[in-house]
Write a new protein. Sequence first.
Length: 335
Amino acid sequence: MTIDTKELPSIDAELQESLPAHYYLSDDVFSREKEAMFFREWFCAGREEQLPKPGDYLVVNVVGESILVVRDLDGRLRAHYNVCRHRGCQLALPATTQGIEEGMAGWSGHFNRAIRCPYHSWVYGFDGSLRGAPFLRESEGFRKEDLSLYSVGIDTWGGFFFLNLTPETVGTLHDQLKKAMTVFARFPLRDLRTARRITYEVDANWKLVMENYNECYHCAGVHPELCTIVPVFKQKGGSDLDFGAGIRQREGTSTYTFSGTSSRAPFPGLTSDEVSLHWGNISYPNMMTSVSSDHVAAFTLWSRSPGHTTVTCDFLFHPLEMARSDFDPSDVVDF
Ligand code: FES
């Protein structure tokens, strides 16, 4: 579809300048972003449902740092650097020896009651405490209590889990997510389950991905199918949109599919007016959330380098809908 720009009204929108080019390309800037942002703020790293049972673990790569997330015997999530305190071997190794490759957000597995280092078999509890080291006796120079795994902050909201690599120096997850918690308060995010996950590689800096999500100036030309469902996206150059208050869809539509409709029930508690709205939110540094009346598209950004970002998109639905024999998320995923 071609947009005839002569048909579009001109408005007095304010032009926002981009950052200088090196902010998107430089290794030095990327290193500073790691220190100042990715390692200091709460980083969305997955869904709690990915670790359903005690002993289940997941290894994720947070901007170059390998982090081991494990569900302990009490059902609580714990997170540690995936590094043994003895000689630094990775505690959980991937099935391939290449580490996390492009296209992988991480890998998962299961520990039986404890974490055993594959190199010299030091054994750690799920809380990170060193429980045993073969053939070594405790002495003045070797005290188990001094050799727990280096811990990483972990907290949850809405069924997502977040990691913080310097938890002692930062605010709470609640402080960071205040806006998202307000916008999505009426939705049962924690109860939802992932029906489909897609992962894609973007040869672009993470800030460009977020900037693109943060505006709808491109929507008329790039997303004509979306503008059919949400006409305001192509009006006024996509300005004056309040995603926190909900964006109104075309009359008779209620979700993001090609028809704008679905056979799924809306989330419990939505009013008949709210069913025709769509909510969106960015939670820096790496989470973008798009909420329709019957599903959520949750985007997580994994910055790999200044010029490369992996994006995972989880499509979340209500378990009652997923239990239906005719449940099929394809209409949403295809759209
Ligand atoms: S490196 Fe882990 S036990 Fe030696």
